[in-house]
Design a protein around this ligand. Structure first.
Ligand code: DAH
Length: 346
């Protein structure tokens, strides 16, 4: 019996690798393990095996069965792989560039954002990112914007429903999630994570409940700037902004500060700038951004001693600057993905 079983295994090992189709496989399988197959024939001899040799014979048969099954499984897996490969066709590299894909251009908002970051990088500013979904703490409370401030009103800010869960932004039990209304929230995230001196920029998208028109959009882009160090004054702020605008718009660009109010800066200013570009829109001065000296209460909130540290912060709208630089008369052009518009900035 042992010889018969070995012969079956040898035959299977020799024949099965040559089987290439499913019908041929099924036929081979029937030949070896089917009701009229070779292994079954050997099993039928069990009745004539002397009783004391039966356990040994049974063991041999079982071992043969297992090895035979392994040969069959192997052959079937090979046939299935071949079938799949023929269905998929010749292998191709999906990472290769498409031959006829048109080459795109950088978006004007990207160009302006990168340019501003590049200019300020020469003064040592580096970029930090913050989440677009924020909590009331980072967007308002830590920036001295109390609960009754109009910016916190449902009319002005998009809140997420209370059941919203976001794994990557933690909030206090009684806090609501919201879509950030400004990038100033990144000031707090940065100052809680890093020790001064800090000199950072944070570009990103912000959201407000505005009706879309030529100058308003419910989401737009800002760049936040923050410097905290020893001995920082309004002179540093003014000089930084002058340097930015003169590099961006040409040496004739000027800025002027008007007193204003922001909860998180004291004093606070609105900045107007003037440059030859403004001829395009027929104005001498255009309001461009908010800024100020970081309020001592903000520094205390993040655990810094206002007696030791001071700083300035600013927030500017990228769309606004891009509209002036390029003479774009409607903010909605930036978002409609019309290539006739977008190609002009390449
Ligand atoms: N967050 C203000 C806005 O969205 C802009 C701003 C004003 C940012 C003053 C600042 C700042 O960092 O100091 O209108």
């Amino acid at each position: 019996m042992q010889e018969q079983l070995t012969a079956i295994l040898n035959k299977a090992e020799a024949e099965l690798p040559a089987v290439e189709t499913r019908p041929a496989f099924e036929a081979a399988k029937a030949r070896f393990v089917g009701p009229n197959g070779e292994l079954t024939a050997v099993m039928k001899q069990m009745g004539s095996v002397p009783k004391e040799q039966r356990p040994q014979a049974g063991k041999l048969i079982n071992e043969t069965k297992t090895r035979l099954q392994a040969f069959l499984d192997q052959a079937l897996a090979r046939i299935e792989n071949a079938e799949l490969a023929s269905r998929l066709g010749p292998p191709n590299d999906p990472t290769l560039p498409c031959l006829d894909a048109p080459v795109g251009t950088r978006h004007p908002l990207t160009i302006v954002r990168e340019e501003i970051c590049r200019i300020l990088a020469t003064l040592g500013f580096t970029v930090r990112e913050g989440p677009e979904v924020e909590t009331e703490y980072y967007c308002f409370d830590a920036l001295c914007t109390p609960a009754d401030h109009p910016a916190r009103d449902l009319q002005d800010t998009y809140y997420l429903p209370p059941m919203a869960r976001l794994g990557n932004v933690s909030r206090k039990a009684d806090e609501r999630y919201l879509l950030r209304v400004h990038t100033s929230s990144v000031q707090i995230r940065t100052l809680l994570a890093e020790k001064p001196p800090v000199r950072i920029l944070s570009p990103g998208r912000v959201f407000r409940r505005d009706n879309a028109d030529a100058t308003h959009s419910a989401n737009f882009h800002q760049i936040e700037g923050l410097v905290v160090d020893r001995g920082i004054t309004v002179c540093d702020l003014k000089a930084t902004l002058d340097y930015l605008f003169q590099t961006l718009l040409g040496p004739d660009a000027k800025t002027r500060f008007r007193p204003h109010y922001f909860g998180y800066t004291e004093p606070s200013f609105e900045v107007d700038f003037s440059a030859k570009h403004l001829a395009k829109i027929g104005k001498d001065w255009v309001e461009i951004m908010g800024c100020g000296m970081v309020d001592p209460l903000v520094l205390e909130e993040v655990g810094l001693d206002p007696g030791e540290w001071s700083g300035f912060a600013f927030g500017l709208g990228i769309e606004r600057i891009a509209m002036i630089i390029y003479g774009v008369d409607d903010i909605r052009h930036f978002y409609t993905n019309d290539v006739r518009f977008l190609r002009q900035f390449a």
